[in-house]
Design a protein around this ligand. Structure first.
Ligand code: NDP
Length: 457
């Protein structure tokens, strides 16, 4: 049977763009459809503008630290949000343009249109009102912010989709949630001068991460002046006549703020995709069910990234999956399945968190209390002995007592996101603690602690 394309990709985010480009480089005839902007969440309203905002927010610390180093800052530095917002827009547009050029250079046909399934091999291009066919189809539609709509007044809140486009920064904000987005934006907005309240329904933010790290981070956020409200289950949100919002919790507390941000997770974006017309099965949460090679129950249809039901919503995972699907289909390569448990990750709070491998709780559960050696280091970075900043850096390595391999690394402090990249490699390569210790330290750095932690604690 003849098809219009060898591969049709729905969604030009991180995973879809990578798959399209690699498939085309292997000689496949590829098309990609995008209903919004090329680049997807990461480039347009996620990782990229967020990380730039992290940099902006951290200048507050730099101004403070500079004084300790002898700089005179005679006027109070002022932050001007519209300047940053325009720069973010420009950078996002530049990157989106680069993604487009890259696809075109590889001969991928781009449709600036919404695409939906019209049959097992058929795709409806909504803007063009026509149907095209493809031998293989990749669903790479990502995810969208999820807000608990049963909360009265939830519509008065914004999500991470809107945060980059605000006309002005609010004077105060309540952020609901305790995951990646909530804690990152709490630090960003606090750093930019917004009175920030973090409302988390549980006792300790960032459920799923190493408990000790979560405790230390929460303490650090509170010391910085972020108002962390735990056991704060939101009951309703009211909009006042002066356009401010009042957030009411189930405990009977109420908090009046200028803006409310919901950061309560992201849902797979399968809305109206009509996957049923192709017979593709969904999980209960709406994610596309896939096997370890990202293949759905329909053997020529694949799904990668946030829309797939493996539960790991991270850009590099989507990219790796998209690349692997293209390599397997058109490159004649056997690419091993991804080890999701081994994915290192950073949370761009201030102080920053980096984590790879097992948490201490997981390691003890898997290996028993005596099966794990824990090495810890907590220190005040050299610069802060002069800057006067109180913050400490914390590092923890988990080692399998039976074979001396490093099985977990948890960092809190400046540069943790950078350091954890290599610790991820150390863990996946099966490096032992002895091998780490045999490495000569780089002095004076924070990272040297990683090769000089001699005694388990
Ligand atoms: P997360 O899943 O990380 O966190 C969701 C938070 O919302 C949790 O604290 C959860 O609480 C809470 N929550 C869930 N439902 C409710 C509810 N009904 N009422 C109140 N609170 C609720 O989602 P995010 O939105 O923060 O981020 C989405 C994903 O994006 C992340 O999982 C991550 O994979 C990715 N991301 C990665 C970043 C990075 O790599 N640095 C940065 C930003 C996002 P509880 O824990 O109790 O369930």
């Amino acid at each position: 049977m003849n098809y219009d394309y060898d591969l049709f990709v729905i969604g030009a985010g991180s995973g879809g763009v990578r798959a399209a480009r690699i498939a085309a480089s292997h000689g496949a005839k590829v098309a990609i459809a995008e209903e919004y902007r090329i680049g997807g969440t990461c480039v347009i309203r996620g990782c990229v503008p967020k990380k730039l905002m992290v940099h902006a927010a951290r200048f507050r610390d730099s101004f403070h630290d500079a004084v300790g180093f002898g700089w005179r800052i005679d006027t109070q530095p002022q932050f001007h949000w519209p300047t940053l917002r325009e720069k973010l827009r420009a950078e996002v547009s530049r990157l989106s343009g680069l993604y487009r050029q890259n696809l075109e250079r590889h001969g991928v046909e781009i449709f600036d249109s919404r695409a939906e399934f019209a049959g097992p091999h058929e795709i409806l291009l909504v803007s063009e009102e026509r149907i095209v066919s493809a031998r293989h189809i990749l669903v790479a539609t990502g995810s969208a912010p999820w807000v608990p709509h049963n909360i009265p007044g939830a519509a008065h809140a914004i999500t991470s989709n809107e945060i980059f486009e605000l006309d002005e920064l609010p004077a105060s904000i309540a952020i609901i949630g305790g995951g990646y987005i909530a804690v990152e934006f709490a630090c960003i907005l606090h750093g930019l001068g917004v009175e920030t309240h973090l409302l988390y329904r549980g006792p300790l933010i960032l459920r799923g991460f190493d408990t000790e790290l979560r405790e230390r981070l929460m303490e650090a956020l509170m010391k910085r002046g972020i108002h962390v409200h735990t056991h704060a289950d939101v009951d309703r949100i009211e909009r006042c006549e002066d356009a401010r919002r009042v957030v009411h919790t189930r405990k009977g507390e109420s908090l009046k703020v200028d803006q409310v941000l919901y950061a309560t997770g992201r849902e797979p974006y399968t809305f109206d995709l009509h996957l049923e017309k192709a017979g593709v099965e969904l999980a209960a949460n709406g994610a596309v069910k896939v096997d370890e090679h990202n293949r759905t129950n329909v053997k020529h249809i694949f799904a990668v990234g946030d829309v797939a039901d493996h539960g790991v919503q991270l850009t590099p995972v989507a990219i790796r999956e998209g690349h692997a699907v293209a390599d397997r289909l058109f490159g004649g390569r056997e690419v091993p399945a991804l080890d999701y448990a081994g994915v290192p990750t950073a949370v761009f709070t201030t102080p920053e968190m980096g984590t790879a491998g097992m948490t201490e709780e997981q390691a003890r559960e898997a290996l028993g209390a005596d099966g794990v050696k824990v090495f810890r280091s907590s220190f005040r970075p050299l610069a802060h002995s002069v800057s006067g900043r109180e913050e400490r850096t914390f590092m923890k390595l988990l080692v399998d007592a039976a074979n001396d391999r490093v099985i977990g690394a948890h960092l809190l402090g400046e540069g943790s996101g950078e350091l954890i990249q290599l610790l991820g490699t150390i863990i996946s390569a099966g490096i032992t603690k002895q091998q780490l210790d045999a490495t000569i330290a780089v002095h004076p750095t924070a990272a040297e602690e990683l090769v000089t932690m001699r005694e388990p604690s």
